[in-house]
Ligand binder design. Structure first.
Ligand code: ADP
Ligand code: ADP
Length: 230
């Protein structure tokens, strides 16, 4: 049974069709890389999966339940289970790294302050940034910021992580440190949907690659199938 099932998904802005009839399934533990040219609809697709954008037609089912029919409580539960990492990190600049990581677990999961601290420090260790707990995001490199953003997403114990071009805003020498954290997550069995231009990552880490252009998925296969086709 798929963890996410997408049926006849469509997104229009006015008369402009940005996503056309997308039909896909994602199994638990799968890593899907979404590739394709700029303007193809990749980011819009990802944002429809956690309802940052409202699809104009179709269904997205999470463990069999249509997320478009969720009430407020169900939707906030869903957003805990499906985390998102953005191109531009979206860290809170006026909070330390530790405070960034503790905010949602305290507010949403009602963790105590000390439990939230313990959990945050464990996550920072996992992304190699335990010594940065007390600094502000501004003093971090782009690669470090993105690793904090990944740790923050993990703080909610998600079942799925969505990544929207997580390395596109980084200087080239910092891309590798972020991709290796993502590769570790993949190896630990995290279900991931990754919009990326990093073909090496797609080839090596993805179970499936979707090539999107003009608002629909034109190819769907293993990395070998998608990259080696004649
Ligand atoms: P990609 O992530 O593949 O670069 P996007 O999903 O960002 O593509 O955009 C797909 C298309 O949808 C583009 O033509 C873009 O201009 C259009 N688009 C995205 N957001 C909006 C919006 N809020 N209003 C109108 N058009 C939009
Ligand atoms: P990306 O391709 O990196 O996702 P875009 O430049 O396509 O970035 O979009 C940046 C923001 O502008 C997004 O919030 C998107 O929804 C919005 N946007 C993109 N294209 C349009 C458009 N044609 N009209 C209105 N908003 C748009």
């Amino acid at each position: 049974k798929p963890i996410l099932a997408i049926d006849h998904l469509e997104k229009k802005y006015g008369d402009t069709v940005v996503l056309k009839d997308i039909n896909e399934q994602i199994q638990s533990g799968e890593v899907v890389c979404v590739i394709g040219p700029s303007g193809a609809g990749k980011s819009t697709f990802l944002r429809c999966l956690n309802l940052l954008e409202q699809p104009t037609a179709g269904e997205v089912r999470y463990k069999g339940q249509d997320i478009l029919k969720f009430n407020k409580t169900q939707l906030s539960d869903y957003r805990e289970k499906v985390g998102m990492v953005f191109q531009n990190f979206n860290l809170f600049p006026n909070m330390t790294v530790l405070e960034n990581l503790k905010l949602a677990p305290k507010r949403v999961k009602h963790l105590s302050d000390s439990d939230a601290t313990d959990a945050a420090l464990t996550l920072l260790e996992r992304v190699g940034l335990k010594d940065k707990a007390q600094v502000y995001p501004d003093s971090l490199s782009g690669g470090q910021k993105q690793r904090v953003a990944i740790a923050r997403a993990l703080a909610m114990n998600p079942e799925v992580l969505l990544f929207d071009e997580p390395t596109s805003a980084l200087d080239p020498e910092m891309v590798g440190e972020v991709l290796s954290v993502m590769q570790e997550l993949a190896e630990e069995g995290m279900t991931m949907v990754v919009v990326t231009h990093e073909m090496g990552f797609a080839r090596e880490v993805a179970n499936r690659v979707w090539f999107m252009a003009d608002g629909y998925i034109q190819e769907d296969g293993t990395p070998n199938e998608v990259f080696e086709h004649p």
